[in-house]
Design a protein around this ligand. Structure first.
Ligand SMILES: [Zn+2]
Length: 455
């Protein structure tokens, strides 16, 4: 069943003062906040003082955004771990030497684990920070049609994880979270949802897809949940048209993709990326660097680069000139779906997942996007086989694919030719394809492992 919308609701900035500003005026507004924030972090954190000194600069000298981009990168995931280690040894707290408040004032901490398995306490907020951030979550819920007095199924890994901070915003919106830890399993999640009748849900796209099948097995239908909106975070999934359509058709509601407090996608059948609604929170997405050289990249429509984050309104543990490792594409033209005039972004991949094949940068997520268009001839599951450490790959790149459940195997040759042609045109890649039977590649509910490492 197709969703029919006559008019797509226009996304607005969370702070309405931006709605009448030009992009130049927004940047001028950000510069005022940036100057104030740089002085604040310099006064309050030994780490940031050290970084300014190493760069031979003082906060007072940074007047414009252009001045700011001349500073080197201050931090990335690896240096964040080192600074955490230092604060643990010297001060007995895990937040890092870039903490700008007293550790006593941190009222929420949320971690991310990353590849090394050592958690980083990146999302650590004061009470004031949380209150500031709540307004963005409330704005998104309201846009998605989730109003005060309603209930929302919240199914992520609960506890000391970054996503848990969103719960403050849900409660501040006077919406009751039905928070069922994802590790409780899909049957429990569905049971709670059936009983509490939430109007909205927050989960990852793979979980939303998995629940469709699990409900069927149990003799239920996710459409009977009566959801108005699903909000998903942290995956490229919704950017793949087939995934978005399959979830929306099954649940009979809109799916919105969001990036923490920074923005969300609009109420449109097509996916037009995350609309950046929070220029008063972060310089994002006006600050991009080349993933290899770490030099600034000029913002023009469609440009691709690594996202640098600078939190211009947080007081606890603000990230300043922090290279996130996320490679994004920025759109500066008006949203064709809803008419939002601000910046929009789409995820391209992780800087550390980038492969170099015959001198060209290749992102596994770009490969996955192409492959997903061949569903149901393929299942959509894939593995990229690496026989030596990345990023450089001796061609041809090997990709393991599952053909679809109903697919006639005698037609594999033709399917393979079509997939290779699409990859060649869109990703400039001529891979070797290794076929597997459906269901043989392990499915993950959180982060899909894309690589099979044979080294
Ligand atoms: Zn839009």
């Amino acid at each position: 069943m197709m969703l029919t919308r006559v008019n797509t609701k226009k996304v607005t900035y969370t702070n309405p003062i931006f709605n009448t500003m030009t992009q130049e005026e927004i940047i001028a507004f950000q510069e005022v906040l940036l100057r104030k924030q740089l002085k604040y972090v310099y006064r309050n954190s030994e780490y940031y003082r050290r970084k300014f000194h190493e760069a031979g600069a003082f906060p007072e000298e940074i007047r414009t955004f252009a001045d700011y981009q001349k500073l080197p990168i201050f931090m990335d995931k690896a240096t964040e771990r080192i600074t955490q280690q230092e604060s643990m040894e010297r001060f007995g707290h895990p937040f890092g030497m870039h903490l700008c408040s007293s550790p006593d004032e941190i009222c929420f901490t949320g971690t991310t684990s990353g590849t090394s398995g050592v958690p980083t306490f990146t999302y650590s907020f004061t009470k004031e920070d949380i209150e500031f951030l709540n307004r963005y979550i409330r704005h998104m819920l309201e846009y998605g049609g989730i109003h005060a007095g309603e209930r929302l199924l919240f199914s992520h890994s609960l506890g000391i994880y970054a996503t848990s901070s969103i719960l403050f915003g849900v409660r501040a919106h006077n919406v009751l979270p039905v928070d069922v830890d994802v590790r409780a399993g899909s049957k429990t999640i569905l049971q709670y949802a059936m009983m509490t009748k939430p109007s909205g849900a927050m989960m990852t796209p793979p979980l939303a897809e998995h629940l469709i099948n699990r409900a069927e097995e149990l003799g239920w239908n996710v459409r009977d949940l009566g959801l108005q909106a699903i909000f998903t975070v942290g995956e490229i999934g919704v950017g793949v048209p087939e995934v978005k359509k399959r979830i929306e058709d099954a649940y009979g509601c809109r799916i919105y993709d969001y990036l923490g407090e920074l923005g969300f996608s609009c109420d449109s059948d097509e996916y037009y990326g995350i609309h950046c609604v929070a220029p008063d929170l972060n310089l994002f997405p006006n600050d991009l660097i080349d993933p290899e050289t770490k030099k600034p990249v000029e913002i023009v429509d469609g440009v691709i680069g690594e996202r640098v984050t600078t939190e211009i309104n947080l007081k606890g543990l603000p990230r300043i000139r922090y290279a996130t490792g996320d490679v994004i594409q920025v759109f500066t033209n008006e949203c064709p779906g809803c008419g939002f005039k601000g910046r929009r972004i789409k995820f391209v991949g992780r800087a550390d997942d980038m492969l170099i094949v015959k001198g060209a940068n290749v992102y596994p997520s770009a490969i996955k996007n192409v492959i997903s268009r061949f569903i149901p001839d393929v299942t959509g599951e894939l593995r990229i086989v690496l026989n030596s450490p990345p990023p450089r790959v001796v061609p041809p790149l090997q990709i393991k694919l599952e053909y679809g459940n109903q697919f006639d195997k005698s037609l594999l040759g033709d399917l393979e030719a079509r997939i290779k042609s699409a990859l060649h045109t869109e990703v400039r890649l001529t891979p070797e394809i290794i076929w597997s039977e459906p269901g043989t590649l392990e499915k993950s509910l959180t982060k899909t492992p894309l690589f099979e490492k044979n080294y």
